[in-house]
Design a protein around this ligand. Structure first.
Ligand code: SF4
Ligand code: SF4
Length: 309
């Protein structure tokens, strides 16, 4: 009996831009499965895990990589160049994690000028850095993104799903590897959320003794589950922490923070001016809370070039 020809191993690249390294760790989070997965791909470029220089990448023919996973946000001119080169080399570009997907936590720097950020971080005599862009961008702002793995960092199941699909040859352009429904729909506390809940005062997590089974909103704690994609296994909520939105806006919500303002306003409906002020007193840093991961890709954070799913 003739043996079947071995399936060609897909050529893969992985790299980071402005990143905390957590998304790289999300690959290691695959644990014992990682060796098996890496045995089925031809890992061509992964600077953090193996020797890999830009010169080597330049030698790869255009379209020579089946896919590249890029994590981190776009902060410097060097990041723009790296993203552009990888776009040229890879047939499928995957935005890996919230920073690449939405701009991420570093995107909150867009509330300040580039000069103010440098001054705050390094003082007047800053180090020699690659030139910073005027603002932090998501990967989709500078190159076309084909696939998104959301999360800060993404869960191992989502990373595994991406790599398994690549190996099977089913990684489809346009995919966002997450649930298309809001997190509340699959949240273990979902049934305790009442449609007529009204909040008198928002509280911060450390100000309350939290009931681990009750919806956070019922306890006066802001949770972004109503406007955030599910698919994260509700890990934070199960750990008794409210959702902060790292999977990005659910399909019908264009601007995650704006959507958050909308549902929080509904919770305060009917409150007098005095009650409103009292309720809002408990909201420290509303922008940082509602746009924690998505400011660069929000309606007022701006999106210039490129398109993404
Ligand atoms: S998405 Fe989160 S874990 Fe990944 S690089 Fe950004 S901050 Fe780090
Ligand atoms: S608001 Fe948060 S805690 Fe409540 S059901 Fe939605 S995700 Fe769960």
């Amino acid at each position: 009996m003739k043996s079947r020809p071995a399936r060609r191993r897909p050529k893969l690249g992985m790299t980071w831009l402005s990143s905390c390294g957590g998304c790289e760790e999300s690959i290691l989070d695959l644990g014992p499965d990682l060796a098996g997965i890496l045995g089925q791909v031809d890992l061509v470029y992964w600077p953090i895990g193996m020797d890999g220089r830009m010169e080597d990448l330049c030698k790869v023919p255009d379209g020579g990589l089946d896919a590249v996973l890029i994590n981190g946000s776009v902060r410097t001119e060097e990041h723009v160049e790296t993203a552009g080169l990888l776009r040229q080399k890879a047939r499928i570009v995957v935005a890996h994690g919230s920073c690449a997907h939405l701009g991420g936590v570093y995107g909150l720097a867009n509330l300040f000028s580039r000069e103010a950020v440098l001054e705050r971080s390094y003082g007047e005599d800053g180090p020699r850095l690659p030139r910073l862009l005027d603002r932090v961008k998501a990967l989709g702002d500078v190159v076309k993104v084909d696939v998104v793995i959301p999360g800060c960092p993404p869960t191992p199941d989502r990373v595994r799903e991406a790599l398994d699909s690549l190996i099977r040859g089913t990684l489809a352009r346009g995919a966002v590897l997450a649930d298309d429904r809001a997190l509340c729909r699959t949240c273990p506390r979902g049934e305790t959320r009442r449609p007529d809940t009204r909040i008198r005062r928002f509280r911060r997590v450390h100000e309350a003794t939290l009931d681990p089974d009750l919806c956070f909103l019922e306890q006066g704690i802001v949770c972004l589950g109503p406007v955030t994609r599910g698919g994260c296994e509700a890990r934070c909520v199960r750990g008794n922490l409210p959702c902060r939105g790292c999977f990005g806006p659910v399909g019908e919500v264009k601007d995650q923070g704006g959507g958050g303002v909308g549902f929080l306003a509904a919770l305060l409906e009917g409150a007098s001016e005095e009650e409103l002020e009292q309720a809002l007193d408990g909201l420290a840093d509303p922008t940082g809370l509602l746009y924690r991961y998505s400011l660069p890709s929000s309606l007022f954070g701006g999106r210039n070039e490129g398109e993404g799913p």
